[in-house]
Design a protein around this ligand. Structure first.
Ligand code: ADP
Length: 189
């Protein structure tokens, strides 16, 4: 039986990097709603056209759209034996919708990747220079941090209240150091 893992943490904490490695190590799909939405934008789908401006501003794409996209993805065959969710749920309504759709069985453990705010902004600005992601300018970065604090952080208490443990992992250090911590946290069960 595979594992059903959720990665939580502020923008810039390194979720995407670590999630990719963990999913590969465990042989489960890495389901990143940010990556799926960017793919829709790039392909010019109806969803992509609705999401584009919202993402550029660093705001959240409407729950109904994202929930439908994720439910569809979780229904695919490769997700039958576990997955790693990255970027979803991003607020308690999305979490409740996911719980309702799966009888509360969607997530077994949540990992919270932490880093201090200055480090986060530094990393995102560096990524902006390297990758040219359109939502990586300073104003949008600041808004994404704000949206994280108000919308996503409540999940850190939502999950334990709903029987899902949240383990905190220090996101500071090299990619290998953080990966070792992540693996350690997952091994605890
Ligand atoms: P980051 O972790 O750097 O914030 P993501 O790749 O996870 O980046 O997400 C990029 C953008 O995609 C978000 O700022 C938001 O606009 C949109 N997005 C991703 N996941 C969701 C979600 N679950 N609900 C609403 N919007 C989302």
């Amino acid at each position: 039986m595979g594992r059903k893992i959720l990665f939580l943490g502020p923008p810039g904490a390194g979720k995407g990097t670590q999630a990719t490695r963990v999913a590969r190590a465990l042989g489960i799909p890495h389901i990143s709603t940010g990556a799926m939405l960017r793919d829709n934008v790039a392909r010019g789908t109806e969803l992509g056209m609705k999401a584009d401006a919202i993402m550029k501003a660093g705001d959240l794409v409407p729950d109904t759209l994202v929930v439908a996209m994720v439910e569809d993805r979780l229904g695919q065959e490769d997700a039958a034996c576990g997955y790693l969710l990255d970027g979803f749920p991003r607020n308690t309504s999305q979490a409740a919708a996911l719980d309702a759709a799966t009888g509360g069985e969607a997530i077994e453990i949540a990992l919270l990747l932490e880093a201090d705010e200055d480090e986060l902004v530094d990393r995102l600005l560096k990524r902006a220079a390297e990758e040219g992601r359109s939502d990586d300018n300073e104003e949008t970065i600041r808004n994404r941090q704000q949206v994280y604090r108000s919308e996503t952080e409540p999940l850190i208490t939502y999950y334990p209240e709903n029987g899902v443990p949240v383990r905190t992992v220090d996101g500071l250090g090299t990619i290998d150091e953080v990966f070792a911590r992540v693996v350690g946290a997952l091994a605890e069960g």
